[in-house]
Every structure is written in C-alpha cells, then in structure tokens.
Design a protein around this ligand. Structure first.
Ligand SMILES: [Zn+2]
Length: 307
C-alpha cells in the first residue's frame, strides 16, 4: 500500500510502502496536478496497481493524465510506463530521444533487463514485472533546456547523464523543486544523507559534472526517487558531490587491490558513515540490491576504461 502526501503545492508524493519494499528497489513517484497533469516516474510494473489506487484516493481521474515522465530507462523508474500508457490512450511519455529508442525497442529492453538480472538476480524480471515496449508515436521527445508546460507551472528539462547516459531531471518553475531521479544518488531521509547510486552503464566522472550542473540551478527542494524529499538542498548536494568523489577513489583502489564485491561495499560504507549519522548497517541493508548495484557499476566502469 503506497503512502501519499502533498510535498509542495499540488505535488503529491506516492511512496511505496508495505513489505514488498524490502525486496524491491521500488521508486517513489510524483503526481503534479495542473491543467496538464503529469506523473514523474512510473516505477516498475508491479507497482502500478498501488499507484493507481493512490491516485484514485487523491480524487484524481487517472484517465485525464497528460504526461508520464520517467527520469531514465531503468526498470525501477520506467518499467511500468509501457503498461500504463496502453491503459491511457491520451497520455504521452516524455523522454530524451535516446531513452525513447530504448523504451520503444523490445530487443533493447530485453538487453536492459538482462543487464539488470546480472545485478538483481535471475528472478529480477518477475520481481520488477513486465517491461513492455512503447509505440514511437506515444512519445514527446525533449532535449536539455526545453520546457514542458503544465498550466500554472512548467517543467524545465535538464539532461543529467552519469548514472545513466539518457537521464533527465526536471525543475518545477512554481515550487523550484527538482525531480532528480537517480542523478543525486539515494537519500536516507531519517539521517539526511545522500549516497552515490551507481549502476551498470554509469559513469562516475560524468555523474559529478551533472551534480555540478544541478547545483548551479539552485533548486529549493529535492524530490528524490529513492528516499523522499528535502529542503536542505545546498548541504545535501555538496555532501553528495564529496561522497561521489571519495567513493569513486575508494572503489578504484579497492578494485586495483583485488578486493571482492563485499569488501568493496564495506570500504564504501567506511567512507560514507564517517562524520555522518548514517550507520554501516543502514547503508549496507538499504535494499538487498542498492549497494551491490553501486559496486557493480564502479567495477564495470573501471573495466571498460581499462584503468
Ligand atoms: Zn537508476
């Protein structure tokens, strides 16, 4: 059962709840109600019934939804988009051009899921649910610097590669809230700590450049897709940039020293808990997949770069 709250004027956070959260890297989605209503993030297919129930409870008719806006193609963010758009004939999916190519092509989707199964386990497809392709004519293609008009507000599109090459963030012009997807890592709201979120296909150096690009926008709120939201923007973004730099160095040295994945995870935890309220246990147990995906992301990156 999802938890729903209004986190800024007419922006509703729909957070996954219940025991399934222990097993899935589930995503928080945001409903922005305006003349054109938008759902930022969709989550994976198995989340869809919960999200539709939450939208219904808010008294909003999902059939009027104009835009489905996943920040990037990873199954925990965009997985349910194909199924949802089939139920809503008038809705369009907003995506970066290359992301649309991924989401429209069954063979690329298959490869994406295979990559995730290597990190998330052979049963990942079952746990995430089906990721069905989206017909090309259902997309609104957007580029960096463009805006999506909703009515009282616009969403400014910011291309933020790094975690994923086709990752987008969206700045709401009314609240100055930033929908940051995975570009600003994973957020531990209880202790107000943001930690790097790497994944297969990530590039930690480009991730840092995107963090700097987002810092320059000076947003008032960060709407995370994993972990809630914060108005402590400057401090959290600075912390994340530092954590990214340190974790990239630690991962590189650990890989050179031939450490195994569990040892690397422990080394990252050592850095992240130093001087923060985050505990090793909370970091390592964030989900059974978050830390392994991050370590694997670093491993693949350094392998590819032959460093
Ligand atoms: Zn992701």
């Amino acid at each position: 059962m999802a938890q729903v709250s209004e986190v800024a004027e007419r922006i509703y956070e729909i957070k996954p709840g219940g025991k399934e959260i222990e097993n899935f890297p589930l995503c928080t989605v945001y409903l922005i109600v305006d003349d054109n209503t938008a759902l930022v993030e969709v989550g994976c297919s198995v989340q869809l019934p919960d999200i539709l129930e939450a939208v219904d409870k808010l008294g909003y008719d999902i059939k009027k939804l104009s835009y489905i806006i996943p920040t990037h193609v990873h199954p925990d963010h965009a997985g349910g988009a194909g199924l949802l758009v089939r139920q809503l004939p008038q809705a369009r999916v907003v995506a970066y051009t290359r992301a649309a190519k991924v989401l429209a092509d069954p063979s690329i989707l298959e490869r994406l899921m295979q990559g995730f199964m290597r990190v998330y386990g052979d049963d990942a497809q079952e746990r995430f649910g089906e990721m069905v392709p989206i017909a090309e004519e259902r997309f609104v293609l957007v580029a960096d610097g463009e805006s999506i008009p909703l009515g009282e507000r616009e969403l400014k599109v910011i291309h933020t590669p790094g975690h994923d090459p086709n990752h987008l963030c969206f700045l709401d012009t009314k609240s100055r809230g930033l929908f940051c997807g995975d570009a600003l890592g994973g957020y531990f709201s209880e202790v107000e700590v943001s930690v790097p979120s790497s994944a297969p296909g990530s590039d930690p150096i480009i991730t840092l450049q995107s963090i700097e690009k987002l810092q320059e926008l000076n947003p008032a709120i960060l709407f995370f897709s994993h972990g809630g939201n914060t108005r402590e923007v400057t401090r959290i973004m600075r912390m994340l940039a530092d954590n990214n730099r340190q974790c990239t160095d630690i991962a590189l040295n650990a890989l050179k020293a031939g450490m195994d994945m569990a040892e690397i995870a422990n080394s990252l935890a050592d850095v992240l808990v130093k001087g923060s309220k985050l505990t090793r246990e909370d970091y390592l147990a964030a989900s059974p997949y978050f830390v392994p995906a991050t370590v694997e992301g670093y491993r693949q990156y350094f392998n590819k770069k032959k460093i």
